[in-house]
Design a protein around this ligand. Sequence first.
Ligand SMILES: *Cc1c(COP(=O)(O)O)cnc(C)c1O
Length: 381
Amino acid sequence: MKFDGFETLAIHAGQEPDAGTGAVVVPIYQTSTYAQDGVGGMRQGYEYSRTKNPTRTALEECLAALESGARGLGFASGMAAEDTLLRTVLSPGDHIIIPGDAYGGTFRLISKVVERWGVSWDAVDQTNADAVRDAMRPNTKVVWTETPTNPLLGITDIETVAQIAHDGDALLVVDNTFASPYLQQPLTLGADVVVHSTTKYIGGHSDVVGGALVVADAELGEQLAFHQNTMGAIPGPFDSWLTLRGVKTLGVRMDRHSENAERVVAALEGHSAVRRVYYPGLDTHPGHKIAERQMRSFGGMVSFALRDGEKAALQVCERTKVFTLGESLGGVESLIEHPGRMTHASTAGSALEVPADLVRISVGIESGDDLVADLLQALEG
Ligand SMILES: *Cc1c(COP(=O)(O)O)cnc(C)c1O
């Protein structure tokens, strides 16, 4: 028999009881080095913790299982994962396609750092797969996708874009941070690499910063492990442990995030102060059909635009009591923010600039009644 349901893997994959003591929870192996049996005689494959650490290994194996990948790799942050990936798969002269509303940090990494090494890029609206096909060049090595996007919750058809990337011998990378592997598994839809900021839903408690890569191909996994060790942007044992602790409840948390988000969306939709709600679960959302096909449910991220513009948006952000004003997302607590002045401030003046009347919320797993009531009082002032 195969016990491979998502929630079972989240709790058990890579997490056998400790061989030495029987500890049910993977210990925090807070060590930098390991005793060797004779020169070059590693005991269980561990010699130095930049290269490998058992707590990190447990997390990496668990994440690989949850994304149905061949190999998982842990990093100190989502950006560290992205940086290591891009420096592994790109060379000077290559071209990369990114989403029109890419995560601000990804846009900054590519436009301010990667470009300097002689890599060119184009930002296109990937909710339209034809736009991706048109942007492909002979030197395109990577198509970088986020779905749902941040902060506009656009949906990209992963299967179609994987086909387009592969037709041009490019890799499809999917930043799966917003959906988490519980809601969406890009590798099973043809993607080559999944990127996570584990800081968000995977860690889930806003108490640790981390990142991960999961790949479909073991050979690419080997190359990435080489770069992970070479560049050294690894998570420490305690951060790996906290992330692994979060992962165990990912499934139940995501169910509740989605459920609460749907309630909040229903309340916002009918409200006279709200101009537009962005949520892939709405059947009026242009990507709804695709989202329905490739996601289990629609997640906890919601954006909405205010009829009275930027000032009204800023006021709502400052009036909520249960929703905390802050950046980040994906934790058990609800957060609210103004992308134009906070998470996406670095896109100001560029083609990726976000609407000024937009508010983004990360709907937590508090009481749904309280979340709806809090937003309504903030809208009414
Ligand atoms: C937060 C985030 C990142 C960056 O991750 P860090 O852990 O903050 O470095 C990348 N992509 C998305 C979609 C994110 O939300």
